[in-house]
Design a protein around this ligand. Structure first.
Ligand code: UT7
Length: 325
């Protein structure tokens, strides 16, 4: 049976120039490099310049992805952008990116699933492609979390960073089985009962302010490994595969201990997990495409590899995607 598959044709990323190290943070809040590294694995993070907005980061990443795919912006007929730190309340940051890339056709919209945003965006774009409604999609994760952090709260401000990553998905034909190239399965979940464990305490219709990120870190942690291992199991089952078939996991980068715990639960050796949290910190929806671009560029990902992308974030939301590169 012939089916349409979404194949990753190219990746790109962008990190703001300014780097904030753990030692820099020691001067801002009561923390230590030792505590941050031991509890999270984070050593440094990038921070956007005052005159940079989320769409600027997204456009840089998107242009790099288009170049890597060898596709002209004019061929893009869908932009799905995951962010929780939009340029404006409206219009969507995706339409701003569309304008900045000179694209005037197709559709562009934002997806809001916090740290799971990129998986949600990828699953959405994949469904449009599989339905025959788009041929070349730009899927972007872009965030400036530094603007929603409470820089007096040491429990959260040390954990996050800014950045953007993007992939170009292209429609390709497949056989409909697990030997196909492209996205083979994606699963997304949410459970709104956990809203109060990770949220921003402001908003247009509530306080009329932007607000600050608030998190009960230990409780989020408790749910993360269980939910991630479970959703990865689902995409493996969908494809009649086991963790032994996986060449590389590219997880959302929240905390090194979560990455290790999930890998252990899945019985995947740590060498098969892409880890960038030490350099990027948690960049929310941008972390997976940023990590993906690192692993493509350093040669760890090659055509034919089986990859798992997985994330969990505020909402709660969580999801995973299994693809053959
Ligand atoms: O991407 C979305 C998903 N988000 C996550 O996955 C985050 C999940 N959670 C975590 O990564 C961890 O829970 C944290 C890294 C946030 C915290 O690690 P923890 O081992 O759970 O520490 P804790 O929150 O239980 O805090 C332990 C201690 C506390 O002191 P007391 O009460 O034991 O005296 C905190 O006040 O560490 C203290 N603490 C700090 N100390 C130095 C909290 N933040 C800091 C800090 N520097 N930055």
């Amino acid at each position: 049976m012939s089916v349409i598959r979404s194949v990753v044709a190219g990746t790109g990323s962008y990190l703001p120039e300014k780097i904030l190290t753990n030692n820099d943070l020691e001067k801002i809040v009561d923390t230590t490099d030792e505590w941050i590294v031991e509890r999270t694995g984070i050593k440094r993070r990038h921070i956007a310049a005052d005159d940079e907005v989320t769409s600027d980061l997204a456009v840089r990443a998107a242009k790099n992805a288009l170049t890597s795919a060898g596709i002209d912006a004019a061929q893009i007929d869908l932009i799905v952008l995951a962010t929780s730190t939009a340029d404006q309340t409206f219009p969507s940051t995706a339409t701003t990116v569309q304008r900045k890339l000179g694209i005037t056709k197709g559709a562009a919209f934002d997806v809001q699933a916090v740290c799971s945003g990129f998986i949600y965006a990828l699953a959405t774009a994949d469904n449009f492609i599989k339905a025959g409604q788009a041929k070349n999609a730009l899927v972007i994760g872009a965030e400036i979390f530094s603007r929603i952090l409470d820089w007096e709260d040491r429990a959260t401000c040390v954990l996050f960073g800014d950045g953007a990553g993007a992939v170009v998905l292209t429609a390709s034909s497949g056989e409909g089985n697990n030997t196909d190239q492209g996205i083979l399965s994606s699963r997304i979940h949410s459970d709104g009962r956990y809203n109060d464990l990770l949220y921003v305490d402001g908003g247009v219709s509530s306080t009329g302010t932007i607000g600050h990120l608030r998190m009960k870190g230990r409780e989020v942690f408790r749910h993360a490994v269980v939910n991630l291992a479970s959703v990865v199991g689902e995409v493996l089952d969908d494809c009649s595969m086991t963790s032994a078939d996986v060449d590389l996991i590219v997880p959302h980068q929240a905390n090194k201990r979560i990455l290790d715990g999930t890998a252990r639960k899945l019985k995947v050796p740590l060498e098969k997990v892409v880890v960038t949290v030490q350099d990027h910190a948690n960049t929310s929806a941008a972390s997976i495409p940023l990590a993906l671009d690192v692993a493509v560029k350093d040669g760890r990902i090659t055509r034919g590899d089986i990859l798992i992308l997985e994330a969990m974030g505020g909402g709660f939301t969580w999801g995973a995607c299994l693809l053959r590169w």
